[in-house]
Design a protein around this ligand. Structure first.
Ligand code: SF4
Length: 264
């Protein structure tokens, strides 16, 4: 993205007030200068404005449906694992295939990795994902002697998070995602990929903790948009806003994103 200097901007007009000259600069340019100049958007108000514009750009595809179906927590966990290997649509298709193929998640636990993989997709990621799912089901069985998680409904948020994190194969962001989708906890799940993309978009700081970044996002993103924004990150953070050579041309944020910290 080219730099937008004050003096060269054709829409900037000097205005006299008393003895001072004030430049009227378009809103987009101000926003852009803020994020480029400070390597971060400096206040919650400015980040909120940016977040709202991001929402406008991606609303059609990722605005949360008004009557989103809340799945049982273990179903949501399975869906969350799938989304860590493939894009949202493909993950939903694979989830449905698994539900059709296995009577319940215990049957998946006792099946072979090859059988689980072939039940959900022929894509290369399926084998690794199948091993991941089997590992979680086994960890759950070892702890509770059943392969269900409905008891989470009776837990506090913090108890539920602690339990989820105690399962081998459940990362912090995966646990946060189950809590967000099922209980609306107000914390956007932040994997390394999601954090990187949010930082480049100027929504969070890179140097602070995940919890502080989650709070910063919660300040600027309306709660009814947390799920939609999470799905957007699933589709773009890992494969489009890659660590090296991000594919700006394939990104819906291309025109709006300040690309904080990106060299090319
Ligand atoms: S425009 Fe580029 S840097 Fe910005 S979010 Fe998209 S891929 Fe990442």
């Amino acid at each position: 993205m080219k730099s937008c200097g004050r003096r060269t901007d054709p829409q900037s007009k000097p205005v006299r007030r008393g003895k001072k000259k004030i430049l009227l600069i378009p809103k987009e340019v101000v926003l852009y200068q803020l994020v480029r100049g400070n390597e971060n958007v400096s206040s919650a108000k400015q980040r909120k404005e940016l977040a709202e514009r991001i929402r406008e750009v991606i609303a059609d595809k990722y605005d949360e449906p008004k009557r989103r179906k809340v799945r049982p927590p273990l179903d949501q966990l399975v869906q969350g694992v799938l989304w860590r290997y493939t894009v949202v649509k493909s993950g939903i298709r694979s989830f449905r295939s698994l539900k059709r193929h296995f009577v319940d998640w215990n049957e998946l636990r006792v099946s072979t990795v090859v059988e689980i993989a072939s039940a959900m997709s022929t894509a290369a990621w399926a084998y690794e994902c199948a091993g991941h799912l089997k590992q979680i089901m086994q960890a759950l069985f070892n702890l509770r002697n059943v392969v269900k998680m409905d008891f989470l409904d009776d837990f506090t948020q913090s108890e539920a998070r602690t339990f989820l994190r105690s399962l081998q194969g459940v990362t912090r962001d995966l646990a946060d995602e189950v809590l967000l989708f099922n209980y609306g906890t107000g914390k956007i799940p932040l994997s390394d990929h999601a954090s990187r993309m949010c930082f480049r978009m100027g929504l969070i700081e890179k140097t602070t903790t995940i919890l502080k970044n989650q709070r910063a996002l919660a300040e600027v993103l309306d709660e009814d948009y947390h799920v939609g924004f999470t799905l957007f990150l699933h589709d773009h953070a890992r494969d489009v806003c890659c660590e090296k050579k991000p594919k700006h041309a394939n990104c819906p944020m291309q025109k709006l994103c300040p690309k904080v910290g990106v060299d090319d």
